[in-house]
Design a protein around this ligand. Structure first.
Ligand SMILES: [Cu+2]
Length: 299
């Protein structure tokens, strides 16, 4: 587990409410996702950059060949996920367990006090009743966030959505190929500079983590799925905003699944995992407020 990235379900024990207490999800009308068809090809995957995290297996740089495939221009939004839930009656794993991980800085003091936290990453609270419908637990809702990425979804939830939508999760190689947007070995999806011309290109943490987020990029938590300019292939928010589940295991034999892209909690000073070669992982039944997904499909 990486410091700001997201803890696993089994790290704390939380008693959830018997039934979800959420308000009905506000409807944003039908939203048809836009998929981008990519021709595939050979690209250089990973990085040998010394300022990355070698222990995450970011390197060595290797040539990988990708078959033609399609990938969502942006992450699955709350509106789109609500369509799935309405049509299928599916209950997410956070709703079944009765809790999920929320960044403590988003919680009212009363809730922060009663929610167990992890000693080594105390900004993560296990919040009873937190789920995709109420991302900060009881009392929160999706008002104003229907076009934000769905969060508090596990790998298993993402797979269930894909089954319903007739899609699948991208492999890590597909994800990175698409996220690079045609650039060879650039540090970010748009080039090598984090803020070209002083302009923010992704939703990450500015200020002192974890106490003070200046939100200089415009956002403290999630941003709309199509915020910021897209990369060269037309993909939005592959860096920052929310981590994205991939199909692959973290390593052969590991139960954990790979995640890519970094989130609004990643910070230049110690977790620059919004670099396009960065990766992390979590167990397939874990969910956090900074983790979502986008779909892929084979032609
Ligand atoms: Cu991080």
């Amino acid at each position: 587990m990486s410091a700001c990235c997201g803890p696993s379900r089994d790290a704390v024990s939380v008693t959830g409410p018997a039934e979800p207490t959420g308000e009905p999800v506000p409807s944003a009308g039908a939203s048809s996702p836009r998929m981008i068809a990519l021709p595939g090809g050979t690209f250089r995957m990973g990085t040998d950059d010394a300022s990355g995290f070698a222990e995450d297996g970011e390197g060595p740089v290797r040539e990988v060949t990708i078959e033609p495939f399609a990938i969502d221009a942006h992450c699955v939004s709350n509106a789109r996920f609500a369509e799935f839930i309405e049509a299928s009656g599916y209950r997410t794993e956070a709703e079944q367990f009765g809790w999920s991980y929320v960044f403590g800085g988003f919680l009212p003091g009363s809730l922060r006090k009663i929610s167990p936290r992890l000693p080594e990453v105390p900004w993560w609270c296990g919040v009873s009743g937190a789920s995709w419908r109420q991302p900060e637990g009881p009392g929160s809702d999706l008002a104003g966030r229907t076009d934000h990425p769905v969060v508090h979804v596990t790998w298993n939830d993402a797979k269930a959505f894909c089954r319903w939508a007739g899609t699948r999760l991208p492999t890590e190689a597909e994800w990175e190929y698409a996220a690079r947007g045609g650039l060879d070995q650039a540090r970010y999806p748009w080039g090598d500079e984090l803020t070209p011309g002083g302009e923010h290109r992704c939703n990450i943490w500015q200020g002192r983590f974890p106490t003070h987020n200046t939100a200089e990029d415009g956002y403290r938590g999630t941003a709309p799925v199509d915020a910021f300019p897209p990369n060269g292939f037309g993909l939005y928010n592959v860096a920052g905003n929310v981590w994205e589940w991939c199909a692959d295991r973290w390593s052969p034999g590991s139960p954990a699944r790979a995640m890519r892209g970094g989130s609004y909690l990643c910070h230049e000073s110690y977790c620059n995992r919004y670099r396009v070669a960065a990766r992390t992982h979590n167990t397939p039944d874990s969910s956090t407020g900074n983790l979502g997904f986008r779909c892929a499909a084979s032609p």
